[in-house]
Design a protein around this ligand. Structure first.
Ligand code: APR
Length: 169
């Protein structure tokens, strides 16, 4: 049975087997959480990403975590949707990011994973809708992981995720 938690902080400091980064199709790094993950992992992360690129929106791939602090051993790179008003399949793509990241983690036999609020920064996805999709997708996707932690970088994201997690409908 998987436990889903919400926390606030820098995802690169999480005590989990794998962290997810909100990447772009090049997998070579960017700003936001992807910038933080690449800085902490070192330049080999971009090399490993480039070897697997391009990664289409909604997909996820894993690389080693390089210089990230153990127990983090893997980085799962997923590419969110660029928000274009909601009528371009953005919700399906975002749900796929969470689903595929869990599948990649399962394929690696992992126990714990941390997610950022994918697509809610530079890609512009409305945070409340994104929080709803994150929680409902994680709740309905079968996984052999035991811990999924959603890491909010700011208080309002933490509050949105906590509210979604407390909903029982
Ligand atoms: N830890 C956890 N969350 C973080 C961190 C961090 N160190 N830094 C930023 N965030 C949060 C942001 O506050 C936001 O809530 O991650 C969420 C996602 O924001 P972005 O990183 O901007 O990701 P996204 O909207 O998916 O845009 C992806 O940005 O950096 C590029 O390469 C990336 O082009 C891609 C695009």
């Amino acid at each position: 049975m998987v436990s889903i938690e919400v926390a606030r902080g820098d995802i690169t400091r999480e005590n989990v087997d794998a962290i997810v980064t909100a990447a772009n199709e090049s997998l070579m790094g960017g700003g936001g959480v992807d910038g933080a993950v690449h800085r902490a992992a070192g330049p080999r992360l971009a090399e490993a990403g480039a070897a697997l690129a391009p990664c289409p929106p909604g997909e996820a791939v894993a690389t080693p975590a390089f210089n990230l602090t153990p127990p983090i051993r893997h980085v799962i790179h997923t590419v969110g949707p660029v928000w274009e008003g909601g009528g371009h399949g953005e919700a399906d793509v975002l749900a796929s990011c969470y689903r595929r990241s869990l599948q990649v983690a399962d394929d690696l036999g992992l126990t714990s994973i941390a997610f950022p609020a994918i697509a809610t920064g530079i890609y512009g996805y409305p945070p409340a809708e994104a929080a709803h999709i994150a929680i409902t997708t994680l709740r309905t996707t079968p996984t052999s992981l035991t811990l999924v932690r959603l890491v909010a970088f700011d208080e309002s994201t933490e509050s949105l995720l906590t509210t979604e997690l407390s909903r029982t409908d």
